[in-house]
Structures are given as structure tokens and as C-alpha cells.
Ligand binder design. Structure first.
Ligand code: KIV
Length: 275
């Protein structure tokens, strides 16, 4: 079991080995992802939607990410553990950003992910990476800007928008990020970005030309209750599995079939009548 590091991730890109990444919000899932050899585990602010049923990621706080990072940390030994910087947590000036990053790293994150590549964010990212903090960029569809983007939609469709994404990727590389998430961009654009930067690109809804892929774990497992985006491939139907299990429990309890002798503590020598 070789620990994944920013160096090994970069080597994977140069050797053409695809990087696997998934989100996790809790201990049991974290142990399973780590045992399966997933390379990057992200405590994403997607937890607002995937875990708490909210309509966006905007309600997630640094405190929330810290709480889930502590749980996931206990389950991850090999993967590189990244914590998301939630809405506005990188916009309050360098000192506030540093304090937020310090908080997440104290709780076990090995790196942080920052959405966007505005000049202000690029400056903050450069300062963080100079300070030795691994930062993952995130461009294309950046869900924290959902209201500005007018919804969760594919980005970089026209020439200007595509050029901006290519430039943002280069600027992020320049600022020292160790990887870049490309979310919801056409696959030819993602491939171009991937060829244009030396750091790994991790795609979500960005086609097969990226250096790696990430999905939200509840989407992959079929745990969500809505219709997932087009790019999601469901590898399991855990909603079905859990519904059957819960219905089985309820039926057994109602019919007196649970608990049975095998799941009960039998009588002891003491005499109940005497009590
Ligand atoms: O919050 C998240 O889970 C993410 C991934 C989807 C990349 O940002």
C-alpha cells in the first residue's frame, strides 16, 4: 500500500495512468474507498446536496467540512485526502483564507480544493502553495457560482468561454496547484486543457480525455433521490438495496419474526418471579 502524494499523482499523469477520485462524507464509506485503492478522496461541499438534501452547496460552512473531514480522515490511510473550501471561505482576505485552510488541515486534510480562478483567488492560491499547502483548482462549472452561471449547465461552449477556461487552467498551474478539477465542459475542451498543463486534470462531466475522473459517491452508488446529471454512471442501486432491507426489518417486527432466539439473550438462571 503506497501512500498517494502530490508527487505520485503527477507521476501518474506523466506515465499515462488514470487517477481515480471520489467524494466521501463519512467513516464507513471512506474505509471502503481507501480499501478499493481510490487515489483521491474529496470531502466535497457537495455534501450540502448529496448528504443534507439542500438545493445547492451554498449553505455548507468550513465547520461542516471540518466535521466531515475528521470522520473521513479516520477511514483514509492510502488515498490523498482533500477538503473543499466552501462558499466564500477563500474570499475574506488572505488571513481568513489561511485560518480556514489551517482549520481543515488540522482536522486531517492533506490539501484543499478552491473553486474558481479569478485574479483574487489566483493570488490566494499562489500564497497558499508558496506556504507548502497543496491546492486543487476547480474550473468549468463551479457550483458555488450557480446563481451567476444561471444554473448547473455545461461551460466553455463558445470560443470565448473555451479560451477563458484554457487560460484559467494555465493560470492555476502557474499559481502552483497540484491538480485541476474540470467540471461540465465539452470533452474536446477538457482534452485540450489536459494536454496544455503539466498537472493532472480530474474530470466530472468532462469526457474521457482528462487524467482522472471524480464522481459524487452518492450518485455512483445510486443513493440519491433525484435524477442524476447525464455524466453520472450508477454502479449500484443502494436505494433499492436499503429500501428492501428496511422493508424486511419493518415486516419482521410487525409479524414478530424479529428478534428471534438467534438475536436475543436467552434466559439466565435467576428467577424472574423472585425479582
Ligand atoms: O463538492 C464536490 O463534491 C466537488 C466534486 C464534484 C468535484 O466539487
Amino acid at each position: 500500500m503506497k501512500k498517494v502524494t502530490v508527487t505520485s499523482l503527477r507521476e501518474m499523469k506523466s506515465h499515462g495512468q488514470r487517477i481515480t477520485a471520489l467524494t466521501a462524507y463519512d467513516y464507513p464509506i471512506a474505509t471502503l474507498l481507501d480499501a478499493a485503492g481510490i487515489d483521491i478522496v474529496l470531502v466535497g461541499d457537495s455534501l450540502g446536496m448529496a448528504f443534507r438534501g439542500e438545493s445547492s452547496t451554498l449553505g455548507v460552512t468550513v465547520e461542516d467540512i471540518a466535521y466531515h473531514t475528521r470522520a473521513v480522515r479516520r477511514g483514509v490511510k492510502r488515498a490523498f485526502l482533500v477538503a473543499d473550501m466552501p462558499f466564500l471561505s477563500s474570499h475574506g482576505g488572505l488571513e481568513t483564507t489561511l485560518n480556514n485552510v489551517r482549520r481543515l488541515m488540522a482536522d486531517g486534510a492533506e490539501g484543499v480544493k478552491i473553486e474558481g480562478a479569478t485574479p483574487q483567488l489566483l493570488g490566494a492560491i499562489a500564497r497558499l502553495t508558496e506556504a507548502g499547502i497543496p491546492v486543487m483548482g476547480h474550473i468549468g462549472l463551479t457550483p458555488q457560482s450557480v446563481h451567476q452561471l444561471g444554473g448547473y449547465r455545461v461551460q466553455g461552449k463558445d470560443d470565448d468561454a473555451a479560451r477563458r477556461i484554457v487560460e484559467q487552467a494555465r493560470a492555476l498551474e502557474e499559481a502552483g496547484v497540484f491538480a485541476i478539477v474540470l467540471e461540465c465542459v465539452p470533452d474536446d475542451l477538457a482534452e485540450k486543457v489536459t494536454k496544455n498543463v503539466t498537472v493532472p486534470t480530474i474530470g466530472i462531466g468532462a469526457g474521457a480525455g482528462c487524467d482522472g475522473q471524480i464522481l459524487v459517491i452518492t450518485d455512483l452508488l445510486g443513493l440519491g433521490d433525484g435524477t442524476p446529471p447525464k455524466f453520472v454512471k450508477r454502479y449500484a442501486d443502494l436505494r433499492g438495496v436499503i429500501s428492501d432491507a428496511v422493508a424486511g426489518f419493518a415486516a419482521d417486527v410487525r409479524h414478530g419474526a424479529f428478534p428471534d432466539a438467534a438475536h436475543s439473550y436467552g434466559p439466565t438462571p435467576r428467577r424472574l418471579k423472585a425479582l
